[in-house]
Write a new protein. Sequence first.
Length: 443
Amino acid sequence: MTYAGTFNHQYARYYQPTLLELAREGNFQAIAYWLNSLLAPQGIHTQVGMTRSGRLKIQLHFPRRSSKDGVYRLRDRLVRFICYRLWTLNSSSISDVWIVAQQNGTSEVLWQQGVRIATPANERLLRTLPRVPRRRQVARYRFQVMRSLLLSSMATSGFFLGYWLFYLRVMGAEAIPQSPAAPKPTTAVVNQPNIEANQTKVQSLRRAIAPLILRPAAVKPPNQGHTVPQQYQGQVVREVVPAGHEKVVALTFDDGPWAGSTTQVLDVLKRYNIRATFFMTGMQVEKHPEIARRVVEEGHAVGNHSWNHPMTHLDPTTAAQEVNTAAQVIEQTTGVRPQLFRPPGGNLTNGLADYAKQRNQTVLMWSVDSEDYFVSAPLILDNVLRDVRPGGIVLLHDGGGDQSHTITALPQIITALKQQGYRFVTIPELLELGATPTAPSPI
Ligand SMILES: [Zn+2]
C-alpha cells in the first residue's frame, strides 16, 4: 500500500479556496469580509459570529452620525439584501441567520431579525435532519400509497360520472325536437358569416384610413415636459390610472446628467426605441449641457430635480431659489421649461415640494422603487417586476454615483416589461393618458 511514490511533486499545486468558497462553508471571517466588501461603501461595518443557539449572527454597525430613523428605515432593505447574498451562496452550512443592527460603539440594539435562508441545499439538509425510525417510515410510506390509490380511484370515478351526466344531457337535448318558437341557435348560425364579413370589411376600411389618422399624430411634437394637464397641476402624483387600465409604464431617471452613465442609459433607450423622463439637477446640467441637450434631442421628457439636491429643511427663499435656478438652467440649455418637479430623496416636507406646488408644477413621485442606488442588477429587476402596474412610475438613477448596476439592469427591465405587454411612455404622456391622480398616500 505505497501510493506515496505515485505523487509527482513537479505537478503539485496548492489549492486555495476562494473567499466565496470559504463563505459557502460557513467560515465567519470569509462571510464578514464578503459582506463588508458590499456594505462598507455604505458606511456599514459587518461582524459575523455564532449565536448561542447555533445561528449565524450578523452584526451590522452603523456609523455613529447616522440617524436612528435612517437605520430603522433601512431594515427591510438590508435584511433582504443580506439574505439574498447569502442565498446566492447555496450553502448547506448557512440556514438560520440572526441579523442585529447597532450604532458604532454602542451596545443598544436598534433592531434585530431572524431569517431562515432556504436554498435547495438547505432544504435538502432540513428534510434529512429529523431521523424517522425505520418502522414508522414504512408505515408512513404505506399510508402515502393507500392515500394516492384512493385519490386516483376517486378522480377516475368522478371523471366517468361527469362524462355519463354530460352524455345524458346531450342525448336528452337532442331527443327534444327544436320548436320554431325558439330559433336561438339557428339565427346564431345564420348570422355568423355576416358578422365575419362585416368585421373583415371594417378591418380593411380601418387599414385603408389608418395612414390618414396616424399622420397628424406623428407630426405632433412630443411633450417633453412643457405642459401638464390641468388636473395634475399643483398636485403630488405617484402613479396614474390610465383610461382602460392600458398597460403603460414610465421609466424615470434622477440625478443626471452624469458623465458616462447618462449617455449609456440613452444608448440603451435608443436601442429599444423607448422614451423616458429625466429629472435633472441644475448643477449637473451646468456641468454637462451637451448631455442634457442630447436627452431632449432624442425625444425624452425633462423634469426639475432641484439645483443641488438638498435633503434638509430649507427656508422658503432658499427653497424657491433651488427650484427656480434649476428650472432656468434647464430651460436655457435644453429649451424645455420643466413643469414637473421631483423632490430630492422624495422628501415632501423640506419646503421644495411645497414651493413647486405653489407654482402649479406637478410634484412627481413614483410607485415603483427600483432601489438601484442600493442593490445589484438582479434585485433591481426583481423590485421593478414586483411592484409594476399599469400606469406605474419607475424610479431609476442615471447619476449620483456609479450607476453600472442600473445600466446592466435596464435592458432586462425593458425586455421583461415588454414581454408582459407594457408600453413605455414619458411622464407628460402618462399624465395625458391618466384619468385621475390616485389619492396621495403618506410615505
Ligand atoms: Zn435624486
